[in-house]
Design a protein around this ligand. Structure first.
Ligand code: ZN
Length: 93
């Protein structure tokens, strides 16, 4: 599989969250990226996990603004459950 850097990932990401599902993975070129916000109570800055549904490659984007109304995993347990459910992911941190 192609080696893709963090910056190359960032360049490839769509500006708008609703365009992720129609965006292509920079690693395997398949269409269909997913994302998940994680953060803290009462803070609109958190982080975002972005990954490819096909090959499991992805990145963690630190210090990102969480849009109002977005689905955010706040609790440690929820975040752990996410990574258990997505144990195939190969993230650049
Ligand atoms: Zn991929």
């Amino acid at each position: 599989m192609k080696e893709v850097t963090y910056l190359e990932w960032l360049k490839q990401l769509p500006k708008c969250d609703n365009l992720y599902s129609s965006s292509c993975c920079p690693v395997c070129n398949c269409k269909g990226l997913s994302y998940q916000y994680m953060g803290f109570n009462d803070k609109d800055i958190g982080w975002k996990i972005v990954w490819c549904e096909s090959c499991g490659s992805g990145i963690k984007i630190s210090r990102t603004k969480i849009p109002s109304g977005a689905n955010v995993l706040i609790e440690d347990k929820q975040q752990e459950a996410f990574f258990v459910a997505h144990s195939n992911l190969n993230l650049i941190l």
